[in-house]
Ligand binder design. Structure first.
Ligand SMILES: [Zn+2]
Length: 385
């Protein structure tokens, strides 16, 4: 975002005020001024501007023993909305999200098996129009975010590579922009999941993280100082076995034992890992495959931790929701195999966002880009120091 010089400070303070009110309850104008270090006059100007925009509301004056209590400010959470699409190789989720990050509408459907770019673009346009047609006021939509498994160039919204679909250099955002009335961004799904973790859960800048997206494929990213330092590492292709041909062409990759595509391959009667978990309740070979998958994941995490030394490992993605006993097996394998220095330093947890990590991550990306600009404010804060 480019700020024109004379109004730059004002626009930044507008964003700081909006974010402060969004993240705290029951603030008065005086609280805003004190917290942001602004004077009363400019605080009032900014608050009045946000009120006029309809982005915030005042919630009444209350009399107290000491006299009149100042009016509290509150985010008007339905003032604007964002549309988000999380496109996985198995399922696609679409949601309409308000400013509080609440899902006003949610739909999920299977992704076409090997969609052409044209087919995918048509599906996205159709779904978007369907959502818009059900809204009372479609003009409230500020923008749309799409996250997709694949290598993405965010600046242009181009899918550089999507192996499963054999896509290369697909200008998805450009193709869609001709049909949509609002701005659009496209991002890699692991990156958006991490942003979701930061927005809706509790990632802090002082902790180092290794984030794993465990689903149809296994992706991962490393975060330090609140920044994603690498998101296209080939974590799913760490060798953990002596046999088993991986889709990447190598032998014995982690994916051959633990990725969704590999887990369902041995059981023709099922199509998802969720079904495999149900099957495993009465079928010992399904159960042992899942245990083996969890243990292999635990071992691969030891290898990743030996190099990166993260303080926390967060596991998200469709398979992260597997029953507790498999997750316990994963942790135990990690504890058993890790050198003491890693065992003591690194904790493993599942995403607190559950199965919605993907769609909430996309929501965070859209809210950040089109409304709150928290990533930008963070960057400015670091520049000033
Ligand atoms: Zn591989």
């Amino acid at each position: 975002m480019h700020f024109s010089q004379p109004t730059a400070a004002r626009q930044i303070n507008r964003l700081r005020t909006l974010n402060l009110i969004a993240m705290h309850e029951d603030l008065s104008r005086a609280d805003v001024a004190r917290t942001l270090g602004l004077n009363k006059v400019s605080t009032s100007e900014i608050v009045d501007l946000l009120l006029a925009e309809g982005m915030i509301m005042e919630t009444g004056t209350r009399a107290t023993a000491a006299g009149r209590r100042p009016v509290s400010l509150e985010l008007n959470k339905d003032a604007k909305m964002v549309l988000v699409l999380d496109i996985g190789t198995r399922n696609t989720s679409v949601a309409l999200i308000n400013l509080a990050g609440e899902m006003l509408r949610f739909e999920r459907f299977p992704t076409a098996r090997k969609p052409s770019p044209e087919q995918m673009a048509a599906t996205i346009i159709l779904q978007t129009q369907k959502f818009l047609s059900r809204m009372k006021d479609p003009a409230l939509v500020s923008g749309m975010a799409i996250s997709i498994s694949g290598e993405v160039e965010p600046a242009t919204g181009t899918i550089l590579r999507q192996g499963d679909w054999e896509w290369e250099s697909v200008p998805l955002a450009f193709a869609l922009s001709k049909h949509l009335k609002f701005p659009l961004i496209v991002e890699n799904n692991v990156k958006s999941m991490i942003l979701g973790e930061r927005w809706f859960a509790d990632i802090n800048a002082e902790t180092t993280y290794f984030y794993v997206n465990w689903g149809e494929h296994i992706g991962a990213a490393y975060l330090a100082e609140g920044k994603i330092l690498s998101h296209d590492c080939q974590f799913g292709h760490i060798p953990v076995a002596r046999s088993g041909t991986c889709r990447c062409g190598a032998i014995g990759c982690l994916e051959t034992l633990a990725a969704g595509w590999a887990l369902v391959e041995n059981f023709p009667q099922i199509t998802s890992v969720k079904q495999l978990c149900t099957l495993a309740e009465n079928d010992s070979s399904a159960d042992s495959d899942l245990l083996h998958a969890a243990e292999s994941m635990g071992l691969a995490l030891v290898s990743a931790s030996a190099i990166l030394m993260p303080q926390r490992i967060i596991i998200g993605g469709g398979i992260a929701a597997l029953p507790d006993r498999y997750f316990t097996a994963l942790r135990e394998t990690f504890q058993r195999a890790a050198p003491p220095v890693i065992r003591e330093r690194t904790t493993i947890q599942r995403t607190s966002l559950g199965e919605r990590a993907g769609i909430l991550g996309t929501a965070a990306m859209a809210l950040d880009e089109f409304v709150f600009k928290r990533t930008l404010l963070d960057q400015l804060k670091h520049q000033r120091v």
